[in-house]
Design a protein around this ligand. Structure first.
Ligand code: TYD
Length: 134
């Protein structure tokens, strides 16, 4: 199974002029990007996510604020990714249960490998836990 991991984007620029970071499909992003969506104004008391996908691959980036992403794989491995710079992202593979907590000012951009499909979601944690690690 593919594993979640941190992606560090190059910071092009300098402190006095600002920065650009770039996501290139099939280069520093390992899949062809089919969809981009963003999440914002999430209260810091809310935990979002709480699901896995059967096929979808995604990269989450906090282009503003901070996002704490917790991942769990079917083998029980739990990791936390602290997205506290716009040049950091986290890759979420298929069968990766994930939750996100946001600072009140966080803006999350998501690069996704496929169109939205509710049938691709595993939203039941017991169903997720029944998946055998490969
Ligand atoms: P969801 O993926 O559960 O968001 P999060 O992981 O941030 O909690 O989606 C939340 C709602 O938005 C859900 O009703 C499905 C809907 N949605 C779309 O209609 N299209 C999309 O592309 C996405 C990502 C979600």
């Amino acid at each position: 199974m593919k594993q979640p991991h941190l992606i560090t984007f190059d910071e092009i620029g300098a402190r006095d002029i600002g920065y650009i970071s770039v996501a290139d499909a099939m280069k520093n992003i390992s899949f062809k990007i089919e969809r981009v969506y963003w999440a914002y104004y999430t209260p810091d008391s809310i935990v979002r996510g709480r699901h896995a996908h059967r096929n979808l691959e995604q990269v989450l980036i906090a282009v503003g604020g901070r996002i704490l992403v917790t991942t769990e794989m079917p083998d029980g491995k739990i990791e936390m990714f602290n997205l506290d710079r716009p040049s950091k992202g986290v890759y979420l593979p298929p069968y990766c249960w994930h939750t996100m907590q946001y600072s009140h000012d966080a803006a999350q951009v998501v690069l996704a490998s496929a169109e939205y499909n509710e049938a691709d979601y595993i939203r039941d944690y017991q169903e997720f836990k029944s998946i055998k690690a490969q």
